[in-house]
Design a protein around this ligand. Structure first.
Ligand code: ADP
Length: 461
């Protein structure tokens, strides 16, 4: 070949740059625990914001009545109706609807966005099914899952710090998003109020906890990533609570911003530099669904450019950022055919190239390398949270059954990623403690979780 370097040598360097041996994972877990402590001590003292959720009572199973959940966190917004029947009836019935946010509303005014949401909610409330019973004269209560950076001020108020994920709505930043929604519901003539404002990981934790008292941590691995956990109030210096306050709350770690000790490559650095938030969300950029495919694309692009992996010219589509998506690399890794036909057809569709078997093998190896690093680092992050909790309460976490509730499309749909995550957790904890730590999928807990938190924070006794 006429190229200066071989694809094999780029691959070898990638392997060593992405390596996650046990000592490195230990350091990552340790740094995560240390950053959590720093963030609990004072605001602004750590990469981890360690945001107070103001949730001071977790669902018990006794919750009763009709509640709503509203979820705004990305390109879709979801409404849900939940009929709770106490310990006996549990979740009697649920119903939900999903509405895409029209693109122009992402650039509209705050009133326009919230009026749209309230109008869809009004439509949903109108068509109540037979199993749902609201008590006459009572205001309907809503748990509002809002997955943007909010400075929470109470269980039912929080000021938007910054829109993210492509939203550029004017007039919301600096305002209480609960007031925005309550006012819009008023304009629609809806007799409804927000009883709980929750982050999606906090909702996921509450939702999973409803079914299992041993749930202590919730992690979301989807387009982005975040984690929350149950913390003792006495362990939160920045809360300035009386020493004897007692009780527990949920902390939203915002762990996507973690950055210490991660094995990063030149491809990560270039992707970060080209991103809308350079230098931020480094852990998220290494482990979450939005980015894994893009990291692989950057590696393949380099292999095409410097090592003619796909022939003499660089496929045009391969030059386009985010053209290769995480579900694509997942599908390619699943290809068990002898000549990797699926890999071939995805490369053709996405990059516009005809590939030889040798190249396809390299592509699969790159996918595996990036997914393995992501899964193992996510596992190390989870162990960091558990070690922080265990350090404050000897035996209370590692000495008994403890559940980590997992949610999000990446975790749900990428089996190799999931396996690497579990491997790292098991390696870090060792065989004995691992028996007590259950990392398990808990699907769509966050919707029910928000409704449950509306119930536990109801204005009606
Ligand atoms: P979000 O995080 O956007 O609220 P999800 O939890 O459903 O929503 O996660 C969606 C993300 O999950 C996608 O952006 C993608 O990165 C990832 N994902 C979805 N399907 C797959 C798949 N088959 N394999 C790997 N990743 C997937």
């Amino acid at each position: 070949s006429s190229s200066a370097v071989s694809a094999a040598s780029i691959l070898t360097k990638l392997h060593s740059d992405c390596a996650t041996p046990l000592p490195l994972l230990r350091q990552v877990a340790h740094a995560m625990a240390a950053d959590m402590r720093a963030g609990l001590a004072a605001d602004g003292a750590s990469d981890l914001k360690m945001i107070l959720s103001f949730v001071d009572s977790l669902p018990t199973g006794d919750e009763n009545g009709l509640y709503y959940a509203l979820d705004l966190g990305g390109t879709n917004f979801r409404v849900m109706r939940v009929q709770l029947g106490g310990k006996e009836g549990r979740v009697v019935a649920t119903e939900f609807d999903q509405v895409p946010i029209p693109h122009e509303l992402m650039f509209a005014t705050s009133e326009e966005l919230f009026d749209f949401i309230a109008s869809k909610l009004a439509k949903f409330v109108e068509k109540e099914g037979g199993k749902f019973e609201s008590r006459p004269g009572r205001t309907r209560e809503v748990g509002f899952t809002f997955s943007f950076a909010v400075k929470q001020t109470s269980i039912n108020s929080g000021v938007l710090i910054k829109w993210t994920k492509g939203f550029a709505v004017s007039g919301t930043e600096g305002r209480d998003v609960v007031a925005c929604l309550n006012e819009a519901m008023g304009r629609q003539g809806l007799n409804m109020r927000v009883s709980a404002l929750v982050n999606d990981t906090v909702g996921a934790l509450a939702g999973a906890r409803y079914w299992d008292d041993n749930v202590m941590v919730a992690v979301i691995l989807g387009t982005g990533t975040n984690a929350s956990y149950v913390e003792r109030v006495d362990n939160i210096p920045k809360l300035h609570a009386p020493k004897s306050a007692g009780g527990s709350t949920i902390i939203n770690t915002e762990w996507g911003a973690f950055s210490r000790g991660l094995p990063l490559t030149e491809f990560d650095r270039e992707m970060d530099a080209a991103s809308i938030n350079p230098g931020q969300q480094i852990f998220e950029k290494t482990i979450s669904g939005m980015y894994l495919g893009e990291i692989v694309r950057r590696v393949l692009h380099r292999m095409a450019k410097d090592a003619t992996l796909f022939g003499d010219s660089i496929p045009e589509k391969l030059q386009m950022p985010f053209s290769l998506r995480t579900p694509d690399i997942c599908t390619m890794q699943q290809d068990s055919s002898k000549d990797l036909e699926v890999v071939g057809s995805i490369l053709y569709d996405v990059a516009g190239v005809n590939s030889k078997l040798e190249s396809r093998k390299i592509v699969v190896d790159v996918c595996e390398t990036i997914a393995k690093r992501g899964g193992r680092l996510a596992g190390a992050g989870i162990v960091g949270i558990l070690q922080k909790m265990e350090g404050d309460s000897k035996g209370a976490v590692f000495g008994k059954r403890t559940v980590v509730a997992m949610d999000g499309g990446l975790y749900e749909h990428y089996p190799e990623y999931r396996r690497h995550l579990q491997d790292a957790v098991t390696e870090l904890l060792g065989p004995e403690i691992s028996k007590n730590i259950i990392v398990q999928h808990s699907k769509d807990g966050s919707g029910i979780g928000a409704a449950l938190l509306a119930a536990t924070n109801s204005i009606y006794p």
